[in-house]
Design a protein around this ligand. Structure first.
Ligand SMILES: *Cc1c(COP(=O)(O)O)cnc(C)c1O
Length: 708
């Protein structure tokens, strides 16, 4: 937000780091996540101490451990000095750019855009995300930064984040919640510049106040501000309010969402930011709208005027497919908590604004957000239609759709990114908003694209084998078994990836519906197949956890050995490895339950072919040639499995193994090109953020409420 500096100043680097003068600015780089998506900056870190780098891939873990002689050697190295200079030039040019897409298209935009969300997935070392919603929010900040939007993110600093997953030998999911080591993370507290003390905001709870301090993470040009309740001024019983993401206890969750919504809105004010537009991303942050309503009433507005004013510059994005998926609380709980913190909002008003429909007596955050926004959008065309139907009584025809996307520089593997650079030019990222430019992919030689894919696949396989060895040795497997792993996951073999949250609607075990048919499909000696699974189930979701056990059992069964793997600890790092190396990306949710889905976009941008139910984004992404689509409407699981087997047996597997004299699967590579050329630009987050800008941010900032 270079045009709208936050008032608070970051507390300065807090990692115990001694960097030689010549390389002082490594700290600037370390404290801005820009390096995570700039390939040259990434190389710079890897050059400092390759072994240590490989252990953590975290600059703030590596820097404090560098020995003086390593620094001396680096100071003497001209190649390192050159790389350092070049990376800093790029960084400074990026941070100081004044001719961004936003500058060119929206000069004179009146103020900042506040983007509130309960989870943000920006990097695997910052575990403030659980799945798609968080990664999407993180990608939104990154693309907003690339395009030059004056946007800031607001969320919660979960001191123990979301759990790290391990599985035991039988596939029981184990949960560990490790405290986030703030000195080893690119986050700094925001201080009041006049007093030097941490900025603190407070929210009235029954009989007490709960306070939160603010942390800042720099995501390129975009600041992400996180609220932290683990502060000395809080009663010890209130300090853990922000401890766990998606905390299970309903009352604790409510407290958390009060902090996010009400505290988050107060934090923005405390930082002297006056947003031109408010973007409430999913219902968790909706209590912020009540806070704003209360402020307007406090300023003397009538209830209707106050509502209109809050809605006039507010956009709400809904990610759940059905109202039952919304965040809902017992009304009495909500009333008990909110009655003291929101002056001017009476019991009647609270009831009216929070019920999903006449006769409903729950406190529904989605309903609040829809009522108090002038635009509500779904996250794919199909989901937009679902939202319009389900919420017709509140939307009155006003629902729209903005299809999700992914931050391509984050999710495209190194080798593929280099190929994009060669084909589209150095600044291929700028071409993401020019879909036509991507036709150039069709001119790439088949062998070049195939070799690029195989190179990424080999990188993935090495990482997966390393993870499997750690997993198996912890499970007490024999040295013979550990050695066996070294020979698994050969790059020649068709590899299907299935990595997603183990929510039951995603049907992780659909492939196992007919065990005999599945076995003959994958163990065919001429055309073998391997399937790699990863994903977490919510700690309270027993059914999802049962699916993980099922996958693990299948992977342990002797007649499937080497054909199925469950890799524990799904996070952004493992996700990155999988989307950049798999041949096929499998997605078989029960339609129409998948609002969008985004992992398939990441995979396709790397040349993987989606084999997916026609649901969410794939309804508009699939063009008949860039992968495979099936089951647009709900059938029984058995029927869907039958269709899936048939596609695999008759098309996917034969096409993969149909090679020319050079060993290239020509028809397959043609599909890969089509996938890259269509999906990469059309489902990039650059396109999504540009759409949000044109459809919502710009009109709302000008006070133009859509009148459709
Ligand atoms: C992209 C991503 C997701 C979302 O994937 P879906 O296709 O929506 O299931 C979830 N988790 C991680 C770690 C991701 O990177």
């Amino acid at each position: 937000m270079r045009n709208h500096p936050l008032v608070g100043v970051p507390s300065g680097p807090i990692a115990p780091v001694r960097v030689p003068k010549a390389y002082r600015r490594l700290l600037d780089l370390a404290y801005n996540l820009w390096w995570t998506w700039d390939p040259l900056a990434y190389d710079l870190w890897a050059r400092i101490d390759p072994r240590r780098w490989a252990e953590s891939r975290n600059p703030l873990s590596v820097l404090p451990t560098i020995e003086p002689d390593t620094w001396e050697a680096l100071e003497a190295s001209t190649t390192f000095a050159e790389l350092y200079g070049e990376v800093l030039n790029r960084f400074d040019a990026y941070m100081g750019a004044t001719d961004t897409w936003f500058d060119r298209n929206h000069p004179g935009f009146p103020g900042p855009i506040a983007y509130l969300c309960t989870e943000f997935g920006t990097h695997h070392t910052l575990p403030f995300y659980s799945g798609g919603l968080g990664v999407l929010a993180g990608d939104h900040l990154k693309a907003a930064s690339d395009l030059g939007l004056p946007l800031m993110g607001v969320g919660i600093f979960y001191r123990r984040g979301y759990f790290r997953q391990a599985v035991d030998p039988d596939g029981h999911q184990q949960h560990t919640y490790t405290p986030v080591e703030t000195t080893r993370r690119p986050m700094r507290q925001l201080l009041d510049p006049s007093t030097g003390r941490p900025i603190q905001v407070s929210v009235e709870f029954p009989d007490r106040e709960v306070h939160a301090r603010l942390w800042r993470i720099d995501v390129g040009r975009v600041p992400l501000v996180l609220l932290d309740t683990d502060v000395p001024d809080n009663d010890p019983a209130d300090r853990p309010i922000g401890e766990l993401l998606y905390v299970r206890g309903r009352e604790m969750r409510f407290c958390q969402e009060m902090i996010l919504g009400i505290g988050g809105t107060r934090a923005i004010k405390a930082l002297d930011v006056d947003p031109a537009v408010w973007h409430v991303n999913e219902g968790h942050a909706a209590m912020g709208l009540l806070e704003r309503l209360s402020n307007e009433i406090g300023a003397g507005k009538s209830l209707d005027d106050a509502k209109g004013d809050v809605a006039s510059n507010t956009l709400f994005t809904l990610h759940t497919p059905v109202p039952a998926g919304n965040e809902r609380f017992d009304y009495d709980l909500a009333h008990r908590y909110l009655s003291g913190s929101l002056p001017g909002i009476t019991d009647d008003v609270l009831r009216d604004v929070s019920r999903a429909r006449e006769g409903d007596d729950a406190f529904d955050l989605g309903a609040i957000a829809i009522r108090m926004s002038s635009i509500t959008n779904g996250v794919s065309q199909r989901h937009g239609d679902v939202v319009k139907n389900e919420w017709a009584h509140l939307l009155e025809g006003k629902g729209v759709a903005v299809t999700n996307g992914v931050h391509s520089p984050t999710w495209v593997g190194r080798n593929m990114a280099r190929l994009f650079q060669k084909t589209l030019g150095e600044e291929w990222v700028d071409k993401l908003v020019q879909p036509e430019a991507w036709k150039a992919i069709h001119d790439v030689k088949d062998k070049v694209l195939w070799d690029t894919h195989i190179a990424q696949k080999e990188i993935m396989n090495r990482q997966l084998r390393a993870r499997l060895r750690i997993q198996a040795s912890r499970h007490g497997r024999s040295p013979r078994y550990l050695r066996w792993i070294d020979d698994q996951l050969p790059a020649e073999r068709l590899t299907i990836g299935f990595a997603r949250r183990f929510a039951t609607y995603k049907r992780a075990a659909l492939l196992f519906s007919d065990p005999g048919r599945f076995r003959s499909l994958v163990t065919n000696p001429d055309r073998p197949v391997q399937v790699v699974f990863a994903g977490k189930a919510h700690p309270a979701d027993r059914e999802g956890q049962a699916l993980i056990r099922w996958v693990q059992e299948m992977s342990n069964s002797p007649d499937l050995a080497g054909h199925i793997f469950f890799i524990e600890g799904y996070d952004m790092a493992l996700g990155h490895a999988l989307v950049s190396g798999c041949d096929v990306w499998l997605n078989n949710p029960r339609p129409p339950a998948e609002a969008s889905g985004t992992s398939g976009m990441k995979a396709a941008s790397n040349g993987a072919l989606n084999l997916s139910v026609l649901d969410g984004w794939w309804v508009e992404g699939y063009d008949g040639d860039n992968g495979w689509g099936f089951s647009e409407h709900s059938h029984s699981d058995a029927e869907d499995a039958g269709i899936l087997y048939h596609l695999l047996e008759s098309q996917v597997v034969p096409e993969y193994y149909d090679r020319d004299d050079d060993g290239i699967p020509q028809a397959w590579v043609k599909r890969m090109k089509d996938a890259i050329a269509t999906v990469t630009p059309n489902f990039s987050m650059a396109r999504t953020v540009a759409d949000y800008t044109e459809m919502a941010y710009a009109p709302l900032a000008k006070g133009e409420t859509p009148d459709e």
